[in-house]
Design a protein. Structure first.
Length: 225
């Protein structure tokens, strides 16, 4: 009875997209297996799911799917679980003494909802105010991409991006807003194709109304080329 109750609770937690921690919940033995060993195991698991659904895996079109999905899980869409893939933390001295906010907006987010394993697709807008250290612009995109490549909850993704940049830049003055569509909401369940989810995390100076307003105004700018 108790176990049934717990399973029900976990189900509703996931269905409501509630996360439990700002850290990705990883097992202690998460990196004991090599990538190749993981692909081998997952390949069999995917085959098992497909066969259980009644699919004929001797069909030419389906034969390669288990291996393809396993490789995609380990090396691509969940590659951000592996700390080996974390972008290196190279920073530069702020030689030109630029003291205003720097905003990198419209960074494409491709992530995966950890409750349904369906895509989350959207845009991230990241900003910081340098206290003497700067990063290359593409570094911000790479950090967004690294944390996106995990089973995710959008709130946690937003916090992880901010915390990582705070560490790299050695300042609390970092902010991130993510606006994303969750295919588990858009294509199934409530099937609302129009709605998107906005999450934000404001650190240090971005907690002040004025600085936050400035950041949000930059995001609204419609950049034309
Ligand atoms: Zn979901």
């Amino acid at each position: 009875m108790k176990i049934e109750r717990e399973i029900e609770d976990f189900d509703s937690l996931g269905e409501n997209h509630v996360g439990t921690s700002s850290e990705t919940p990883l097992r202690a033995d998460a990196f004991k297996l090599t990538k190749e060993e993981k692909i081998d195991i997952i390949k069999d698991d995917v085959r098992h799911i497909m066969e259980t659904l009644g699919l004929d895996l001797t069909d030419d079109s389906l034969q390669g799917t288990p291996n393809r999905v396993a490789k995609m899980f380990v090396k691509e869409i969940f590659g951000g679980l592996d700390p080996e893939n974390k972008p290196s933390a190279s920073t530069f001295e702020n030689k030109y003494k630029y003291g205003e906010m720097l905003v990198e907006k419209n960074i494409t987010v491709y992530s995966t909802c950890e409750h349904h394993l369906l895509p989350i697709v959207g845009k991230a807008h990241v900003a910081y105010i340098s206290n003497g250290t700067v990063v290359g612009l593409s570094k911000m995109n790479r950090i967004v991409d690294y944390f996106s490549k995990r089973p995710q909850v959008q709130e946690r993704l937003t916090i992880q991006i901010v915390e990582e940049l705070q560490k790299v830049l050695n300042t609390k003055d970092v902010a991130c807003v993510i606006d994303a569509k969750h295919l588990c909401v858009n294509s199934r369940g409530i099937r609302d194709t129009e709605s998107s989810t906005v999450t934000s995390e404001f650190g240090g100076k971005f907690k002040s109304k004025k600085t936050r307003r400035e950041f949000l105004d930059y995001i609204k700018l419609d950049t034309q080329f």
